[in-house]
Design a protein around this ligand. Structure first.
Ligand code: ZN
Length: 55
């Protein structure tokens, strides 16, 4: 199981150093703001695609 905080990744620029507000990640590089749960879900899905070769 991967903690969400370590799984944070900007969807737009793949920046890993995301600032965390109460409910969202904020990318200081491109300014994207992402819902924490939604972003984690998308990252897991992308990771699964890579693992299973579907990307
Ligand atoms: Zn970004």
């Amino acid at each position: 199981m991967i903690p969400f905080e370590q799984n944070a990744l900007c969807m737009r620029c793949s920046q890993k150093e995301l600032a965390m507000s109460e409910r969202a990640y904020i990318c200081e590089k491109c300014g994207s703001e992402m819902d924490r749960d939604m972003n984690a879900t998308i990252n897991i899905r992308e990771e699964a695609k890579r693992i299973f070769g579907l990307a």
